[in-house]
Design a protein around this ligand. Structure first.
Ligand code: DGJ
Length: 550
């Protein structure tokens, strides 16, 4: 009998330990049109940062960890170099990837690994030397003028075979080595496609171009029956572009599918995005990657890829917001894997969350030596890390709650678009009826009026931030109860619908933070802190309960 109890005890310990070491696979869940990245079976928000291109070496990693700490990030995006991984044909070197995973665990970070292989920014620069030295076997593309292009051909079977084999070996290793699932996403290639030629004009490519368009490529572009023919006949002026996209996407789709079969974690491809408002013609942008005009081709050619992700470096607010809109689709979760870290760009983190983003990551913060401001001075930590850390410090303790609220479709956000006009837009400090409103977020029974800037009672303060950096996030916890957080903004509340004319008030405004999934109240705000709206001159987290008085 005692033996039996001991055995039960032994087995339950064993299974508990097995569960801890072998946690649930990362995956992507969808509810209505919203997504969540599931890590350890719970929604997870990537508060990320991407390392510089040459930082994935053990000698550089200490700088990377120190930057991650300053940012308060929870996920590091970092390359794995094909040239390092396969220094000679079929001989794989796992030492660097193991080092990265082990050190990431020590720093309590998750990883997005970037497979820099056939394509890196449209070129083949990360191919192993033994491949670069055999250009006949692993060819680059040929331009229309017959000259070589610095971009690998998507029609090179030997390159595809080599990439696929190496990628499967890499994924097999992750499967065996990363039982704790520190790696939550793998990016397959980096900004694939081509600069400087809209397609490959080599004899091999030309032959394919003159053949009928495969049926699989007709359907996604909504070509009606009767649309048979070669690429030019079916797609006219878009033929060259669509042909190249289809073949780059099919190539990557094949690499991805083979890797996913070995180890099914979420896979992503990032795009060097074209101008989302005025793309121009003929294309001067990188052709081949998942641009907004060829989403359907990519989804059809590479179904193993879960996320088509925009690298957003535009400094134009309208274009930035348009890209966010274009990449958050019913068939695609929004993840911004690369973006600016300079103020005021980090406010777009909020814009991304308002569109259901599962993650956001500024690029290249781990090497300060090379960073200089416009005045020629070296940038300080305040310049480099604080703009992003201001967001991440606030969100890290509640990232899972935010990710869950987003999956449930409960979050709305707004960001400041224009600098504040100091002469005309100060408002009256006392006139409650006519308070400044820049935008309104609408919820069941309540409107949330948002004004951007810093506030002193009902008026904006005399000195406003130079750049438009205001941001606000409102999540409906239940009807009439909201989680509100933001920076450089102010919130006023109004009942709507049948109760629009009712008197209302705050039942309670709690300032606090999340700890292990529970909201912890630090203090209750009232009096001057609520009578003039809820002011976010500094970032904070509020839980606000409203009621209508009879
Ligand atoms: C986008 C690329 O994806 C990154 O790897 C990097 O090259 C940046 N551009 C620019 O530094």
């Amino acid at each position: 009998m005692k033996k039996g109890i001991l055995l039960i005890f032994f087995f339950s310990c064993f299974f508990t330990i097995a569960q801890i070491t072998e946690s649930a696979m990362p995956r992507i869940d969808k509810k209505n049109d919203r997504y969540a990245l599931m890590v350890d079976d719970e929604p997870f928000l990537i508060l990320g940062a991407q390392a510089n291109n040459s930082s994935a070496w053990p000698s550089v990693l200490p700088k990377v960890w120190s930057a991650m700490e300053k940012l308060d990030a929870n996920t590091l995006e970092i390359p794995i170099y094909w040239e390092q991984f396969e220094p000679s044909p079929g001989a794989y070197d796992y030492s660097v990837v193991d080092e990265i995973i082990e050190q990431a665990r020590q720093h309590d970070l998750k990883l997005v690994l970037l497979w820099f292989a056939t394509w890196k920014n449209g070129s083949n620069h990360y191919m192993p030397s033994w491949m670069k030295l055999q250009p006949q076997k692993y060819p680059n593309m040929i331009g229309k003028d017959g000259k070589a292009i610095d971009s690998p051909s998507p029609h090179a079977q030997a390159t595809l075979d080599a990439d696929k084999k190496a990628f499967v070996a890499f994924m097999k290793h992750l499967k065996e080595f990363d039982k704790a699932h520190t790696v939550i996403i793998v990016q397959v290639q980096n900004e694939p496609g081509t600069w400087g030629s809209v397609r490959d004009y080599s004899p091999v490519a030309q032959r394919l171009f003159e053949q009928p368009v495969p049926k699989a490529a007709l359907k996604p572009m909504d070509v009606k029956s009767g649309g048979q023919g070669n690429w030019s006949e079916v797609f006219g002026k878009n033929a060259d572009e669509y042909f190249h996209v289809w073949h780059v996407a099919s190539y990557i789709g094949e690499v991805a599918a083979a890797g996913k079969e070995m180890y099914p974690i979420p896979l992503m491809v990032n795009a060097a995005v074209r101008d989302p408002i005025d793309a121009g013609w003929p294309p001067k942008y990188q052709v081949g990657g998942p641009n907004d005009n060829v989403f359907e081709l990519w989804k059809a050619a590479a179904p193993a890829i879960d996320i088509l992700a925009p690298d957003i470096y535009t400094t134009d607010t309208e274009k930035y917001l348009k890209l966010i809109e274009l990449y958050s689709r019913n068939d695609n979760p929004l993840l911004i894997p690369e973006t600016h870290w300079r103020s005021p760009f980090p406010r777009f983190f909020y814009a991304a969350l308002g569109n259901g983003a599962i993650g956001y990551a500024p690029f290249g913060l781990d090497d300060k030596r090379v960073r200089f401001g416009a005045d020629g001075n070296r940038l300080t930590d305040e310049d480099m890390y604080v703009p992003t850390a201001r967001n991440f410090e606030l969100f890290r303790p509640m990232q899972r709650e935010i990710a869950k609220l987003n999956l449930d479709g409960k979050i709305k956000t707004a960001v400041q678009l224009e600098p504040i006009d100091k002469d005309t837009d100060r408002g009256s400090p006392w006139d409650r009826e006519d308070y400044i409103t820049d935008t309104t977020l609408t919820f069941r029974g309540w409107d949330i009026d948002v004004a951007f800037g810093t506030f002193d009672r009902l008026a904006r303060t005399e000195h406003q931030p130079e750049h438009p950096d205001g941001r606000i996030l409102v999540a409906e916890l239940e009807k009439g109860t909201f989680l509100i957080t933001g920076f450089h903004s102010r919130v006023m509340v109004r009942p709507t619908g049948q109760k629009a004319d009712n008197h209302w008030n705050y039942l309670v405004v709690e300032e606090g933070h999340y700890e292990e999934g529970a909201f912890v109240v630090d203090r209750i705000l009232n009096g001057d802190q609520t009578d003039f709206g809820l002011r976010f001159n500094l970032p904070k987290v509020l839980r606000v309960k409203l009621y209508e008085r009879q």
